[in-house]
Design a protein around this ligand. Structure first.
Ligand code: AMP
Length: 281
């Protein structure tokens, strides 16, 4: 496995592979890799000849006062985990390499980014879609792998790829969880012991809502009330948002009658966690 920091070396290595007829699978990340990231790498390994992982803590997707500076970083550990999972090439650019002086171009997906994390974190998705576009242009993957954990991100990137005719297949992998249901996240390292013990309330509550839907409940408001109450019962949990939306436009629904995303963001102390479930009725 090789680690490259400059764009020209990456494009040279990948052009060579493509000339040899190899397929390229790509996993964009911000590093501090866990089994969620590695599930994407393993899937890419199974489906492609060359597996590329990027590690870049993208400053333009963080808002003022968010955790850009504190975001955990550990290249040594990441590279051994990535190699073990089957990665061939890590692209690990500097911020100046990605956003040189004079940088002025941004990609904005409308509508799907208005609600949920788009409302809580203004500018976040513009940062995500911009960096993903740049990474796609640099890596030119045949397939790119994303986690369902970031459901709004996935739907936004799928929209962008379709709208901008990007020649990449977007592959979505299920959320990888701890044994107690907590979705793996690099940010889980911020949690205190008490917060970590409280955090599984998120997935437990989502599962309880799915059970209600399976039992015939279709009224979004009563499901939202249930979720609010279930999560508020945990004193360490501070709700940022809980939403029930359609998966096409990410707009709130009043009745569950199609593919529906149940998504939430909840703070435990200074740590903001997200989780979601999609139900198909
Ligand atoms: P991040 O490093 O947080 O930007 O995540 C990089 C990629 O890994 C994104 O596509 C995430 O959706 C995915 N990912 C993060 N956590 C998980 C998880 N627990 N299960 C599956 N995929 C994940």
């Amino acid at each position: 496995m090789i680690i490259l920091r400059d764009i020209s070396s990456v494009t040279a290595a990948i052009s060579q592979a493509r000339r040899e007829g190899k397929t390229v699978g790509f996993v964009p990340t911000m590093g501090f890799l866990h089994q969620g990231h590695l599930s994407l790498v393993r899937q890419a390994r199974m489906e492609n000849d060359l597996v590329v992982l990027s590690i870049f803590v993208n400053p333009i997707q963080f808002g003022v006062g968010e955790d850009y500076e504190e975001y955990p970083r550990d290249l040594d550990s990441d590279s051994s985990k990535a190699e073990e999972a089957g990665c061939d090439l890590i692209f690990y650019p500097t911020t100046a390499e990605m956003y040189p002086q004079g940088y002025a171009t941004f990609v904005d997906v409308e509508r799907l980014t208005e609600n949920l994390c788009g409302a809580s974190r203004p500018g976040h998705f513009r940062g995500v879609t911009t960096v993903v576009t740049k990474l796609f242009n640099i890596v030119k993957p045949h397939r790119a792998y994303f986690g369902q954990k970031d459901a709004q991100q996935v739907l936004t990137i799928q929209r962008m790829v379709q709208d901008l005719n990007m020649a990449v297949a977007v592959k979505i992998m299920p959320t990888v969880r701890e044994a107690d249901g907590l979705a793996l996240s690099s940010r889980n390292t911020y949690l205190s012991t008490a917060e970590r013990a409280a955090a599984p309330i998120l997935y437990r509550s989502l599962l309880a809502v799915v059970a209600k839907i399976t039992n015939g409940e279709r009224d979004a408001n009563s499901l939202l009330t249930y979720l609010h109450d279930a999560i508020s019962a945990e004193p360490l949990a501070q709700i940022d948002y809980i939403s029930i939306v359609d998966t096409a436009d990410i707009k709130p629904v009043s009745t569950i009658d199609g593919p529906t995303l149940i998504a939430l963001a909840v703070r435990f102390g200074k740590t903001r966690l997200i989780d979601n479930i999609i139900v198909e009725v």
